[in-house]
Structure formats: structure tokens, C-alpha cells
Design a protein around this ligand. Structure first.
Ligand code: B12
Length: 214
């Protein structure tokens, strides 16, 4: 299993989307736990790509190729995350990546895990204006808005969502959770959000506690 996970990591590092898809299919075939393959295989690869890019060892085209390999593998593995009996709805969550930010891999993983745990999801995608989150929450009667931000330059948009809720007298009624690399518990407190989670599993626990679910 360790060697297999290392191959998954390598496929993303090398930006080899065909290999990533082949390994993802093989993981399903071998009945490996999909979340472990994602987190300890492919995600490790994309984080390493980011680190190498930051230190100047990799260039943007390689970052894009790594992300493409990661996304293609996720497309294969995600349906397996949601398998099993669907419990009754644990609540409705509106999720998206904030305006100006096109990073959607982590957001999509959080959405998939929430859905697999019984939450109804409105996934607005990436580059979503603050007001759009609130419009959708109002339209669907959602109990929670989950906002992803991967850039220090876009995370302030999460604050705008909280402000928009306050403007419409919905603050406290619709809970807000934030996540993404530059976010933290402290940031969530600072902007008046209800919570922060660092990964998709923690996001499920947080949503359950915010929405009084199981
Ligand atoms: C892949 C990637 C890209 C891809 C994105 C593809 C896509 N469709 O998503 C591409 C190549 C397009 C890209 C572009 C850019 N990127 Co980029 N990218 C990354 C990289 C390497 C990985 C992100 C990722 O997918 N991680 C894997 C997922 C699974 O992890 P995650 O996103 O952290 O999500 C997990 C948790 O954070 C949490 N979570 C996430 N969202 C949420 C939401 C909620 C509510 C909760 C509770 C939890 C939660 O759960 C997730 C699952 O466990 C990061 C490096 C890094 N370490 O994050 C840089 C990084 C985010 N990028 C960076 C930059 C600068 C850019 C560009 C500006 C580059 C450029 N010059 O053009 C552009 C931005 C374009 C834009 N306007 O958005 C910087 C940001 C620096 C900063 N301080 O702001 C980083 C940190 C790289 C670096 N080290 O410098 N990027």
C-alpha cells in the first residue's frame, strides 16, 4: 500500500494525468479506501508541487499539469467516497470558492465528504461573489455556508460573506465555516465566522456540530 501511495504522489509530481487516472482506477479495483488514497497519495503530490513551485524549482506549466493530474484522479475516486446507504439529510450546505480564486480541488473534496455524510450540497463552484453565497442560502433555506479561499489576496472575501449575512439579518441563523491554506481558527474568529476546519474530514465534524447534526 505504501509503495502504491508513493506512485500516486509521483504521478501528480510528474504531472502525468494518464498515470494518475490509471492508479485511481487500480485503487478502486484493489478496494483501497478512496479517502486514504486521495489524502496520503494524490494530495501529498499536489502539496509537494506547491512547495517546489514556491521555492522556484517548478514553473507554472508544471503546477498546472500537477493540478490536472490531481483533478483527473479525483474525478475517478470521488464517486467511491459517496458510496453506501444515504442517511436522511443532515442539513443543507452552500459551498464555493470565493470571488477571484479559482482553486477548487480542496473545496470539491470537502463538498464530496459532506455529501457522503448526508448533507445536501449546493456547490457554486469557484470564483463566487460574496452575495451569491447568501442568495443561494436564502433560496435553499440552507443552514450553513462553507467558503474556501486559497489565496491571501482573496480570503478577505470570506469576511464579505459574513457582512452580507449581517446586512440581511441572517448572521447566526446561517452558520459560516471557512477553510483553505491561508485560513485558521484565529482568522475565522477575526471575521466573525462560526468555525474553521483544516481538512475535509474535520469539515464534516465541524458542519455536524454547527448544524446540530450527528
Ligand atoms: C493546485 C494549485 C493551483 C492550480 C489550481 C487548480 C484548481 N482547479 O484548483 C492552478 C495551477 C490553477 C493554480 C493557480 C494559481 N495559484 Co495555486 N496552488 C495550487 C496548490 C499547489 C495546491 C492547492 C490544492 O489543490 N491542494 C490540495 C487540496 C486537497 O488541499 P486544499 O486546497 O488545502 O484543501 C483542503 C483544506 O484546505 C480544506 N479546505 C479547503 N477549502 C475548504 C473550505 C472549507 C469551508 C473548509 C471547512 C475546509 C476547506 O479541506 C481540503 C481537503 O482536505 C497550492 C499550494 C498549497 N500548498 O495549497 C497553490 C497556491 C494556493 N497557489 C498559489 C498561487 C499564488 C496561485 C496563482 C496566483 C499563480 C499565478 N501566478 O497565476 C494562481 C491563482 C489563480 C486564481 N485567481 O485563483 C499560492 C498562494 C499563495 C498565497 N499566499 O496567496 C499557493 C499557496 C502556492 C504557493 N506555495 O505559493 N494553483
Amino acid at each position: 500500500m505504501q509503495a502504491f501511495l508513493a506512485d500516486c504522489t509521483r504521478s501528480v509530481l510528474e504531472g502525468d494525468a494518464d498515470l494518475a487516472v490509471k492508479l485511481a482506477l487500480e485503487a478502486l479495483d484493489r478496494k483501497y479506501p478512496p479517502l486514504e488514497v486521495i489524502e496520503n497519495g494524490f494530495v501529498k503530490g499536489i502539496r509537494e508541487v506547491g512547495r517546489l513551485w514556491e521555492e522556484g524549482t517548478l514553473f507554472l506549466p508544471e503546477l498546472v499539469m500537477g493540478a490536472e493530474a490531481m483533478k483527473r484522479a479525483m474525478n475517478v475516486l470521488q464517486p467511491a467516497l459517496g458510496k453506501g446507504a444515504r442517511p436522511e439529510s443532515a442539513g443543507h450546505v452552500v459551498i464555493g470558492t470565493i470571488e477571484g480564486d479559482i482553486h477548487d480541488i480542496g473545496k470539491t473534496l470537502v463538498a464530496t465528504m459532506l455529501s457522503a455524510n448526508g448533507f445536501e450540497i449546493s456547490d457554486l463552484g469557484a470564483d463566487v461573489p460574496a452575495a451569491r453565497f447568501v442568495d443561494e442560502a436564502e433560496a435553499k433555506g440552507a443552514g450553513c455556508i462553507a467558503i474556501s479561499a486559497l489565496l491571501t489576496t482573496t480570503m478577505s472575501g470570506q469576511k464579505r460573506v459574513v457582512e452580507e449575512l449581517a446586512k440581511r439579518s441572517l448572521k447566526g441563523k446561517v452558520r459560516v465555516m471557512v477553510g483553505g491554506a491561508p485560513c485558521s481558527d484565529e482568522w475565522a474568529r477575526e471575521i466573525g465566522a462560526d468555525g474553521y476546519a483544516g481538512d475535509a474530514v474535520a469539515a464534516v465534524t465541524l458542519a455536524q456540530s454547527l448544524m446540530g447534526g450527528r
